[in-house]
Design a protein around this ligand. Structure first.
Ligand code: GRG
Length: 310
């Protein structure tokens, strides 16, 4: 099953098998693209590998590869850009855990990077992962015919990871918001940027590289936006309801830090309802693609995200 830390979720066997196959494809690419741990200066390469292989569901890479499959795009190097997106995600977690940000000791059930390697090395490991990600995106797929598509993907990924329209902007709003942010608009904006943008670009990057037409791209974008929102709602719910073992990180931090969250704004039950409605929107966007695209697994991913919060 997907390596979610909430071991009580049971999706059907075919879903689990497909997820694991795509996660293995991404892991294989990740292993090939990271410098060997004994490459000097070894400490940074150990720190990079420590966080990348600390576990994790690989949701973003699986999404990328699932979209590629749905569109029939089976280029042999397709897992490299998927891996690049996971590297950016891992960098964001390392930096998010730093004392200057969330100050967390536990991530993916293991001590955080700065606890093991010290703050300076954790910062540098994050920097190096982000940089390596763009190196990979600029190179793969390594065929001349992909130059324009690669450029479009680099631009979109940079936008999604950065500011003002991406993850860095969302993180800034999140850490400066406590005490100021009170309303649903602000909450949605934070999460659209902080979590949603990277999930959206995981879907769009695969579609762009696969050469999807505008209509397909638009429907897949709607799906990814719904998925990103549902993912964040369930993440907020789990922060309130899950045990540290199930969560792989310290629960209750959001409340402790006075953060605006979906359960805080709407209560747990309403948050679950909102996640359900949001996933329904995502499924409708997939349906609108019609029979030409095999969206069954993408739909199951959306159901999986919803199941995490129940
Ligand atoms: C430091 C620029 C910068 C940004 C940090 C990603 C992020 C922004 C913060 C992480 C804090 C957090 C708990 C966000 C909620 C959603 C989220 C990204 C959860 C972690 O992603 P998963 O569940 O993690 O996909 P795994 O471990 O499975 O990869």
């Amino acid at each position: 099953m997907p390596a979610d830390k909430n071991g009580d979720i049971r999706m059907n066997e075919a879903f689990t098998r497909q997820w694991d196959a795509l996660r293995d494809e991404a892991d294989h690419a990740l292993r090939r693209c990271l410098p060997a741990e004994d490459t000097p200066p070894a400490v940074i390469h150990r720190a990079m590998a420590y966080s990348v292989f600390a576990g994790g569901k690989r949701l973003r890479a699986v999404l990328f590869l699932a979209v590629a499959d749905a569109l029939g795009w089976r280029h042999p190097e397709r897992a490299r850009p998927a891996a690049a997106i996971e590297l950016i995600h891992t960098y964001s977690l390392i930096h998010d855990d730093l004392p200057a940000m969330d100050d967390d000791d536990l991530r993916r059930g293991k001590p955080t990077s700065h606890k093991v390697f010290g703050e300076a090395m954790a910062i540098l490991a994050g920097d190096a992962l982000l940089t390596l990600a763009f190196q990979l995106l600029s190179r793969y797929p390594d065929d001349r015919g992909y130059v324009a598509r690669r450029l479009a993907v680099i631009e979109e990924v940079a936008r999604a990871a950065g500011t003002p329209a991406g993850m860095v902007a969302g993180q800034v709003l999140d850490i400066t918001a406590p005490g100021q942010a009170t309303g649903p608009d602000r909450l949605h904006e934070i999460h659209r940027l902080k979590t949603g943008a990277m999930i959206r670009v995981s879907v769009r990057a695969a579609a762009l590289l696969a050469g999807a037409d505008e209509r397909t791209l638009a429907r897949l974008s709607e799906y990814s936006e719904a998925l990103g929102l549902a993912f964040q709602i369930t993440d907020d719910i789990l922060d309130e309801t899950a045990s540290p073992q199930a969560l792989g990180k310290t629960p209750g931090k959001d409340r402790q830090q006075g953060k605006l969250t979906f359960p805080r704004l709407y209560g747990l039950e309403q948050s679950r309802n909102l996640a359900g409605r949001t996933v329904a929107d995502g499924l409708a966007a997939l349906d609108a693609l019609g029979g030409a695209v095999d969206t069954a697994f993408l739909a199951d991913i959306a159901r999986f995200v919803l199941a995490r919060g129940h």
